[in-house]
Design a binder for this molecule. Structure first.
Ligand SMILES: NC(=O)c1ccc[n+]([C@@H]2O[C@H](COP(=O)([O-])OP(=O)(O)OC[C@H]3O[C@@H](n4cnc5c(N)ncnc54)[C@H](O)[C@@H]3O)[C@@H](O)[C@H]2O)c1
Length: 434
């Protein structure tokens, strides 16, 4: 990787998926990076070289750039030592759907206390329109914009499970700033990545991020709708998608039918965008229908399981493959798989579950199901339910798994398996839209 021509000292506040990737990525580009988090355990682990999140390549980059990385809970010290400060704290959803800005507000107060000379403050967290003014107002109580600080918005588009790859090979970098010089300084940081850099007013940069996630979510809800219709009329959604994908206007990205979208971003950002539109007196019916369709999808998987079990969940034993919100991550935030397991349990089913990575996380919110060290420990199953498209689930010995089943029924919620092969093995197989 090419190093940046001029090395800087940067701070990154909030070391979750986005913050830690940003910290490690800029360290690899040759900058000194101070990572700050309020979570003492996380900082201790990072200082021992242990990543609190799983991302391919993260551990190696942490080790390789150890000399350029410092991790601390001391925001004041970090801010004083750096000229550019990235803010990557969480912006979860409130009950109203509105973005909860409390972490950002805390950071803004901390920054306002700590700023000792001119800083560029870069908001990487996904924040709704109006938040930049909120942060500006907090900072401006004690500091002067232009002299003590400038604000830049730099939304993040990384995909969990591909975070390191996406840092070094982003499809684009979007920088929103009123101050062109500050925007250029941030643009320089990304120059070694040789990617299009779009500089816009802050509000446009924020809308780009929300529109991107709303569009991705809409594609998932769209293809789930088409899959449901395909299933009813007897078409195979895999062929339908193939036929769509040749059309350059359509492509095939985010056109996989499944159990619905989840994770820390799509639902949250869609809700925030809906809330934002409503607060500007617009009722975004299309966006609301994307969310509603997603809820339907989750319910429809539960319904499918129930139907396959003769209409009764009570007392049935279901083996669940996959709990994370998608393959390649141990993140279970807003995982549709977890939601489905909860609904099955509410119906009285007994759950045995396996996930390659997310079982420790799942135990914190699903304490009363049985976790198995491998799927071959599943015993006396009435049904096997595949909920996450982990590659390793393709390689399982299904003949062996069948031995642990009282009735050989597979519901493949992510169309990972080959229906013909499963039928040849003697399973009653059902996917989504086929
Ligand atoms: N996760 C993703 O895939 C993704 C992708 C693009 C954008 N985003 C956006 O990026 C932001 C961060 O997301 P994430 O998934 O990395 O969040 P996260 O919850 O994984 O991490 C947030 C971190 O901030 C820390 N924190 C909270 N308050 C703090 C404070 N006052 N000072 C210092 N640290 C503090 C938390 O301890 C936590 O480690 C969100 O706005 C999210 O919407 C996330």
């Amino acid at each position: 990787m090419n190093h940046s021509p001029t090395s800087q000292t940067l701070s990154v506040i909030g070391l979750g998926y986005v913050g830690l990737t940003t910290a490690v990525g800029f360290a690899e580009l040759g900058h000194k990076v101070i990572g700050v988090d309020v979570d003492d355990e996380k900082i201790k682990a990072l200082n021992r070289g242990i990543s609190p999140i799983y991302e391919t390549g993260m551990d190696q980059l942490l080790r390789k750039n150890r000399h350029r990385l410092t991790f601390t809970v001391d925001l004041n010290e970090a801010v004083r030592s750096s000229s550019i400060i990235f803010v990557a704290v969480g912006t979860p959803t409130k009950d109203t759907g509105e973005a909860d800005l409390s972490q950002i507000i805390d950071v803004a107060h901390g920054l306002s206390e700590s700023i000792n000379n001119y800083k560029i403050i870069v908001i990487k967290s996904t924040v709704p329109v109006g938040s930049v003014d909120l942060i500006r107002n907090i900072l401006s109580q004690k500091r002067k914009e232009g002299k003590d600080f400038d604000l830049v918005v730099n939304p993040e588009f990384l995909r969990e499970g591909n975070a390191i790859h996406d840092f070094f090979k982003p499809s684009r970098v979007v920088i929103g700033a009123d101050n062109k010089q500050a925007a250029q300084v941030v643009a320089q940081l990304y120059k070694p990545l040789s990617t299009p850099i779009l500089i816009t007013p802050p509000i446009d940069a924020q809308m780009i991020k929300y529109a991107a996630n709303a569009f991705l979510a809409s594609r998932i809800s769209f293809i789930n709708e088409i899959a449901t219709i395909s299933e009813r009329v007897g078409a195979d959604i895999k062929n339908v998608i193939k036929g769509l994908s040749y059309d350059p206007r359509l492509g095939d990205g985010y056109l996989s039918p499944g159990i619905g979208f989840g994770g820390p971003c799509l639902t949250k950002d869609l809700k925030a965008l809906i809330h934002m539109a409503q607060s500007y007196d617009y009722e975004p019916r299309f966006l609301k229908s994307i969310l509603e369709r997603n809820e339907e999808q989750i319910q429809s998987i539960v319904w499918k399981v129930k139907k396959a079990l003769g209409g009764i969940l009570y007392g049935k034993t279901i083996g669940v493959l996959g709990l994370s919100f998608k393959p390649g991550t141990k993140d279970i935030r807003n995982s549709p798989a977890v939601r489905i397991v909860k609904l099955l349990k509410q119906g009285g089913a007994l759950i045995k579950a396996y996930d390659p990575m997310a079982m420790d996380e799942a135990k914190t919110i699903l304490p009363d199901i049985e976790y198995c060290a491998t799927p071959y420990e599943f015993k006396d199953l009435d049904l096997l339910l595949l909920l996450v498209g982990w590659e390793e689930f393709k390689q399982l010995d299904y003949r062996r798994l069948k031995k642990g089943m009282s009735t050989p029924i597979i519901i493949d919620g992510v169309n990972l398996l080959e229906p013909r092969v499963m039928k040849e093995l003697g399973f009653t197989y059902s996917g989504v839209g086929r």
